[in-house]
Ligand binder design. Structure first.
Ligand SMILES: *Cc1c(COP(=O)(O)O)cnc(C)c1O
Length: 503
């Protein structure tokens, strides 16, 4: 392991314009083999400022830039709640197959049968995995899946003439998208406290349901919750909300702890969203694209966002069925153009097929095992506020005895010096100095051990040399930012103006 103390930051790569030399070219254009045609003079430019660089310069420039960033392909990335797991390259090969990648979204049904069959099969598998039979692949992210789920719940009540149900229960450990979704859907949040064990406070839940049960449209809950804990009383929670007439929404962003172990449909959930870009690999982290399908039970099926893929004509022994896109009869409508992020569907399909049913169980078992292993090994060094078995992630309260001025942020910044991406900071909000650690199932024991050792070294450094942490990172291309100024005084350009052509 490369243990760095103070070290000069890496050189920043110059702009590609600074590599330019007049007359140098990186590409030889073929001779024009069609008759030239004159463009109108007003459309012609006098100058075009492009860098004049060789092909090798271009390649090296972008490879160097790519290495300035952290990535799951480069090193450990235990970013809790985000599931930065390895994305098998097989998925990428499949998504790039010309028949998928070059299919036009407006191509007619007959010429899209392969893609539609893939989407149909993915709907079926996702439904099977969570025990909610009907699935729409339309939502483009987890948050959009949530939004469609809450719109379905709202529409379900309204169509039954139950107009008073305008409140959604949300535990205070929830991901920020949950309350945001409720508000976007025009409903109101009732926040529920957690008890000392990190679970929903059942007494508080009962009280709200007794007093205002006829206003409750439903409850949104994450399982395992954002503390990484499986709700100990989930069956009672479901029963209390159902008895009050509300529906149960499961935020399925953490399904990677449950595959093949628990089916949320069997726990009584009515609707759930998946994050294909977390549970089913598919790359993310650079702002997309994501995919957040929703699964529902029979009563919500008519409201699914569309279009969904259905069998239009049954097949026979020697003929495949005819697949087509349909809008569910009382659909909440479309969420975006066309039919979801199809490239993500291909990747998730490839992932599920490559692992198979038993393999997906192992994914979850190993994700849980790895998280518990790291948790157990860190327990002597760091405060673990909920010391019980966790799911695929766990939270540390990053306060160290003997290092009163060291904060979660300092530990995170110092991890960068050791080549490790920081865990999620200051989330969930109910744990002070939270570090949410998610190792994922794809890391080796050696990597986990190395992370534990680094965390222990950092705890020691925090006591003996806290400045080292306060000034970290030392080795990254840029030092710690003034985060307020970085957000308020944006500098979007490397320098005020590029040189004029010919300078
Ligand atoms: C990631 C996440 C979401 C939101 O999903 P996006 O795809 O980022 O919109 C919602 N809830 C939880 C618990 C999450 O971890």
């Amino acid at each position: 392991m490369n243990v760095m103390t103070k070290q000069a930051p890496k050189e920043l790569e110059p702009l590609i314009y600074d590599l330019s030399a007049a007359g140098r070219t990186g590409a030889l254009l073929p001779d024009c083999d069609v008759p030239p045609s004159e463009l109108p003079a007003e459309l012609l430019r006098d100058t075009l400022r492009l860098p004049e660089v060789s092909e090798l310069q271009v390649i090296r420039h972008f490879v160097k830039l790519s290495q300035l960033n952290h990535a799951i392909d480069k090193a450990f990335y235990p970013l809790g709640s985000c599931t930065m797991k390895y994305n098998p390259k097989l998925n990428e090969d499949m998504a790039r197959l010309a028949g998928f990648a070059q299919l036009h979204p407006l191509a007619d049904t007959e010429s899209s049968q392969g893609a539609l069959a893939l989407m149909y099969q993915l709907q079926q598998w996702l439904g099977e995995i969570v025990g909610l039979k009907h699935v729409s692949l339309a939502p483009a992210a987890g948050a959009q899946g949530e939004f469609s789920g809450i719109l379905m719940i709202r529409k379900y009540h309204l169509e039954r003439g139950d107009t008073k149900r305008t409140k959604i229960l949300v535990p205070n450990s929830a991901h920020g998208t949950n309350p945001a979704t409720v508000t976007m859907a025009g409903l109101e949040v009732i926040e529920l406290p957690a008890n000392d064990g990190g679970d929903v406070d059942l007494d508080a839940l009962k009280r709200v349901c007794d007093e205002r049960g006829d206003e409750i449209a439903g409850m949104m809950i994450t399982v395992p919750n954002t503390l990484g804990l499986f709700e100990a009383h989930i069956l009672e929670v479901v029963e209390i909300v159902h008895n009050a007439g509300g529906l149960m929404y499961m935020d399925g962003a953490n399904m990677n702890a449950l595959m093949g172990v628990v089916k949320p449909g069997e726990l009584g959930f009515d609707v759930l969203h998946y994050n294909l870009h977390k549970t089913f690999s598919t790359p993310h982290g650079g702002g997309g694209p994501g995919s957040g399908p929703v699964g529902v039970d029979d009563k919500l099926k008519p409201y699914l966002p569309g279009p969904i893929v259905a069998i239009l004509e049954e097949g026979s022994d020697d003929e495949a069925p005819l697949y087509g896109l349909v809008m569910p009869e009382k659909s909440i409508g479309r969420l975006k153009a066309f039919h979801g992020n199809f490239g993500m569907h291909v990747r998730a399909y490839a992932y599920i097929r490559a692992y198979g049913a038993e393999g997906l169980c192992d994914v979850s078992r190993h994700a849980v095992l790895n998280a518990n292993y790291v948790r157990a090994r860190l327990m002597d060094t760091y405060k673990i506020p909920y010391p019980r078995y966790c799911g695929h992630e766990f939270v540390v309260e990053a306060r160290l005895d003997g290092a009163p001025d060291v904060h979660a942020l300092d530990i995170s910044k110092r991890l960068i010096d050791y080549g490790i991406h920081p865990p999620t900071n200051y989330f969930p909000l109910i744990v002070p100095e939270a570090l949410l650690i998610e190792p994922t199932e794809t890391e080796t024991k050696e990597t986990l051990d190395e992370f534990v050792e680094v965390m222990k070294i950092i705890a020691e450094e925090a006591r003996t040399n806290p400045e080292l942490l306060h000034d970290a990172p030392h080795s990254a291309p840029t030092r710690r930012l003034d985060e307020v100024r970085a957000a308020k005084q944006l500098v979007l350009c490397c320098r005020p103006a590029l040189p004029e052509a010919g300078d």
